[in-house]
Design a protein around this ligand. Structure first.
Ligand SMILES: [Zn+2]
Length: 56
């Protein structure tokens, strides 16, 4: 793991969030509030990656 800028000692529950791997950039991304209702359908880490996959 890379060093984070945030200081230690203030660890919240971030590590408890579910994670997925983006099917476009192959990078892991974490659960976000905006996905709470569609998390099982989420496959892209961002709109940019979603748009890439939809290019025709
Ligand atoms: Zn991505």
């Amino acid at each position: 793991m890379k060093k984070a800028k945030a200081g230690t000692g203030k660890m919240k529950q971030k590590s408890a969030l579910p994670q997925k791997t983006c099917v476009v950039c192959q990078r892991p991304f974490s659960w976000r509030k905006k996905w709470e209702k569609v998390w099982e359908e989420v496959r892209y880490c961002s709109d940019a990656c979603r748009n890439k996959s939809r290019q025709s």
